[in-house]
Design a protein around this ligand. Structure first.
Ligand code: GDD
Length: 370
């Protein structure tokens, strides 16, 4: 009986396109090409290598030309700069069925590419190079805050995918799957997460990698990019769990309305207004702030519609909510079940919940309909 071939000996036959987004990586490009050239020869791979550059104007184009290899090219993009946008453009321009994405600073080991591809061959939809599976690691000088940052970002993505390292920019996917993506709209850095969610990929394979700190040049991951990640995750949550997210945002706005109400009421009381004026002022200002926040934030897709019509609808939905609240509470309070201690309070709480659901549904599907 013969032993099965070791991974390092398995022949990869599928033609591969490696896409590398670059911004000011001219000094790294010759080293990247050299590592990939060595891998290509060692494993006899059929591959093309595409750098997708955002007008770095730092000699990147010349560095690729200097290599003089017909399987290596560079695309210089127009339009807004962005890592994910560059990867999408590269994937669209790729000629082969197997697509690989990696960084242009050799943080990701190119030698692991065959393992990613074997994962696809074994039936996985996407294969990702992970720092957090057994055998994966990062350089020692990753400080506590960088580690914490990465863990928190991973935790935020947990409801979207169970992958241990969805932040990784090193992955392989089939072009036919990528082309299925509905509504690709990436912002920031996390293109793997975007593809996993928008292509509905579930069977994700993970290959351990050692993530090396870059030897040359500097990271472009600014604080602004990290804020964009939160925006990106919010968009993906909305895509995956649309109505639950709208409800959650509606509740957050409702809670903020209570704060606005109390603050206004207290301010009016402080300047000597009568109690009824303070109460009415609190209600009025909180209704307006709730409307504006829901229009701008919760149901932002509808913010180009006529605000006056929406405001009228919002008031009607609120009144219907109050009516439902009252009717439910009063009916329940008459039942035997609600005759004990705090019976009225329980009836009122149920009324509030029902009124809120009606209010939400009215806003989501009528006032701020798509
Ligand atoms: N075209 C283009 N446009 N490329 C960009 C841009 C851009 O706006 N911004 C960054 N890049 C390129 C870089 O030149 C590099 O090749 C790659 O994208 C990664 O950027 P870095 O700035 O080096 O990222 P990093 O090392 O901080 O982040 C890495 O770690 C993350 C996980 O912690 C990357 O590997 C990420 O992919 C990974 O998610």
């Amino acid at each position: 009986m013969c032993n099965p071939p070791r991974l390092a000996e398995v022949r990869i036959v599928a033609p591969i396109s490696i896409i590398i987004p670059t911004y000011r990586e001219a000094q790294n490009i010759p080293f990247v090409i050299e590592r990939i050239r060595a891998l290509r020869e060692a494993r006899d791979l059929d591959l093309e290598l595409i750098f997708v550059d955002d007008q770095s104007n730092d000699g990147s184009v010349e560095a690729v030309a200097a290599a003089g290899l017909d399987w290596v090219r560079i695309i210089v993009r127009d339009g807004p700069r962005g890592l994910s946008l560059a990867v999408v453009e590269g994937f669209r321009a790729a000629r082969n069925e197997v697509l690989v994405c990696m960084d242009g600073d050799l943080s990701h080991p190119p030698e692991t590419i065959p393992d990613l591809i074997l994962m696809l061959d074994n039936g996985h939809d996407l294969a990702i190079g992970s720092r957090y599976v057994r055998g994966g690691s990062t350089d020692d000088d990753w400080g506590f805050f960088r580690w914490l940052n990465s863990q928190m970002a991973t935790l935020l993505a947990r409801p979207l995918t169970r992958v241990s390292d969805p932040m990784s920019g090193f992955f392989a996917v089939r072009k036919s799957d990528f082309d299925q993506a509905r509504d690709l709209n990436p912002i920031g850095y996390k293109i793997a997460l975007e593809i996993i969610v928008k292509c509905d990929l579930e069977n994700i394979g993970e290959v351990p990698i050692h993530f090396v700190d870059r030897a040359r040049g500097e990271s472009k991951l600014t604080f602004k990019e990290q804020l964009r990640y939160i925006q990106h995750v919010r968009r993906l949550y909305l895509y995956r769990f649309a109505n639950a997210m709208y409800l959650l945002q509606f509740l957050v706005v409702g809670a903020s309305g209570m704060v606005v109400n109390l603050a206004t009421l207290s301010a009016l009381q402080f300047i000597g207004m009568a109690d009824w004026v303070a109460l009415m002022g609190g209600i009025g200002v909180s209704v307006i702030s709730n409307f504006l926040l829901n229009r701008r934030f919760t149901f932002s897709y509808a913010r180009r519609r006529n605000p006056w019509t929406q405001f009228r609808g919002f008031l009607v939905a609120s009144l219907v909510g109050i009516l439902v609240n009252y009717v439910v509470a009063i009916q329940l309070s008459r039942l035997d079940w609600f005759q004990g201690p705090f019976g009225l309070q329980f009836a009122a709480m149920t009324g509030i919940a029902c009124g809120l659901v009606f209010n939400f549904l009215g806003n989501r599907f009528a006032v701020f309909r798509r």
